[in-house]
Design a protein around this ligand. Structure first.
Ligand code: DHB
Length: 499
């Protein structure tokens, strides 16, 4: 709640006669709430619930292009929580996107399914810690309109999240909380979207889409990003996956297509790669060093991280070292690591980790290509469809080796670009978030560890502050360390504002 700008006020005045009759006037109405409460560790947290706010003027699908906003009641009585006030409370923006599917806004009520069933919800936790919460829905890849046209293919989800941020910034003067301190959170596909939102602040690339939706006339850069196991950098993720898993021929594969959703129970089928799949793995693995080397990433000492033609080199050592740090931390905390054949421990010290042995240890989950399936059966193929094409390729390799027996083509390169945060970090005329927390468990096989390592390094190399680690033994999941997440967020937001 800061600086009601003249532009903002003028915009409101100019538009008000039209907006008075429109369904979505984009003006937040502080009076339009229901009082709700939630129990957090025996403490009753009362809050005002502003639900089902459609955040664009011309929604394509209002069921998804809406958000819920929750504000602790204490702030309306002039009180403070956790050192925050009505003016200074940061805005926590958790998206619940999974599998690149459509997502409705979530509430503070504990989930009734999945690993967090019955536990304090992330939103309730945030309210108890004094955060204003804005929970956005977003369109996703399976969505269709009444004419059977697809309405949620890429880049719909990121455009929607940006529109939600613009709504919050546009309404900053009338809504409690500080829209200069928006912190995004998400897991898996939602982690990818959280990262992309933070990477691509104010990029002109998304403006035509935002204009078409009638998004609020405001900035869309955010303060900080939390991303759990982001399934991102999709056009390079196949090569990265084979760089990590080449030689691991047994797999435990998850059922794909619309089943992909980290919230759902994951059904796995076991198998062994065919001769053709092994050839594909070899070919994709070979592609990875050229891509990695093109990034010119550096470690904290300024040493260039590279890979040779075999995929060995300082970048591989860097990734191994991240796993080693994680194992050491677990060991120090008393975990029994003696069952891990790929770990050596001497005198309480975890030895250097061989990434190939690690890959065999955790085992492969996806068959090559892991993301751009040759038969176009993956969720990501589906993501890159168009209004009338269900699925497309997004890598040259899969396009050249297609066996889908369809006439479907390669996705538009510009749309593929719009979905990858690596294209926006530190670019001119883009405001990338300054603060990042990225977590990927060491048992996560949904994408290669290289994907998050490359994103973290690129962010660090462009001057961003990045807290990156690989929690020991954690599978593909998110929000499992809320105490640590909120300690990180508290620390950032209580420091003097840097922007
Ligand atoms: C998700 C998981 C995947 O393995 C994937 O390829 C895409 C999305 C998810 O859980 O969101």
């Amino acid at each position: 709640m800061k600086f009601p700008s003249t532009i903002h006020l003028m915009f409101g005045l100019l538009c008000s006669p039209i907006l008075a009759v429109a369904a979505n006037d984009l003006n937040f109405n502080p009076q339009n709430y229901a009082t709700q409460s939630v129990d957090v560790d025996g403490q009753v947290i009362k809050y005002r619930a502003y639900e089902h706010i459609v955040y664009v003027r011309n929604p394509v699908d209002a069921q998804y292009q809406q958000m819920n906003i929750y504000i602790p009641e204490v702030y309306f009585q002039g009180g403070n929580i956790n050192g925050f006030t009505a003016q200074t409370a940061p805005i926590f923006l958790p998206n619940s996107i999974g599998g690149y599917m459509p997502t409705e806004p979530i509430t503070a009520t504990p989930s009734d399914r999945g690993p967090n069933a019955g536990k304090t919800s992330t939103i309730a936790y945030a309210l108890a810690h004094g955060y204003v919460v804005a929970s956005p829905g977003a369109r996703g890849r399976s969505l269709k309109d009444t004419n059977g046209q697809y309405t949620g293919k890429a880049p719909a989800a990121i455009v929607d999240l940006k529109a939600a941020v613009r709504y919050l910034r546009f309404n900053d003067s009338v809504m409690l909380g500080d829209a200069r301190k928006i912190i995004s959170n998400g897991t898996s596909a939602g982690g990818a979207m959280s990262a992309l939102l933070g990477a691509s602040g104010n990029s002109a690339d998304y403006i035509p889409y935002l204009k078409a939706l009638g998004a609020a006339n405001a900035r869309d850069d955010i303060f900080a990003v939390s991303a759990y196991c982001p399934i991102t950098n999709l056009e390079n993720a196949d090569a990265a996956y084979e760089w990590q898993f080449n030689g691991v021929n047994a797999y435990k594969k998850m059922l794909m297509g619309n089943m992909i959703d980290f919230h759902m129970e994951r059904k796995e089928i076991s198998g062994t790669l065919t001769t053709d799949e092994i050839k594909t793995s070899d070919a994709l693995k070979k592609q990875f060093p050229a891509y990695l080397n093109s990034l010119k990433l550096k470690d904290a000492r300024g040493t260039l991280l590279t890979l040779d033609n075999n995929g060995d080199g300082s970048f591989k050592n860097y990734v191994s070292a991240q796993i080693q740090v994680s194992a050491q931390k677990a060991l120090n905390q008393g975990a029994d690591l003696s069952t891990y054949s790929w770990l050596s421990i001497q005198n309480g010290q975890v030895g250097t980790i061989d990434l190939n042995q690690y890959a065999h240890g955790v085992s492969r989950m996806k068959t090559p290509p892991a993301f751009d399936a040759l038969d176009m059966s993956s969720g990501e193929n589906d993501l890159f469809g168009t209004t009338n094409i269900p699925a497309q390729h997004f890598t040259a390799y899969a396009q050249a080796n297609d066996n889908s027996h369809t006439t479907n083509k390669q996705a538009d390169a510009h749309i593929v670009k719009l979905m990858n945060p690596m294209n926006y970090v530190g670019k001119p005329n883009v405001k990338t978030a300054q603060h990042w927390r990225i977590r990927v468990g060491t048992n996560d096989r949904d994408t290669a560890l290289a994907v998050s390592a490359m994103l973290s390094l690129k962010l660090k190399n462009t001057g961003k502050s990045v807290d990156y680690s690989l929690p020991w033994g954690v599978p593909h999941s998110g929000d499992y360390d809320l105490d640590e997440l909120f300690a990180w967020m508290d620390n950032l937001t209580k420091k003097t504002l840097s922007n």
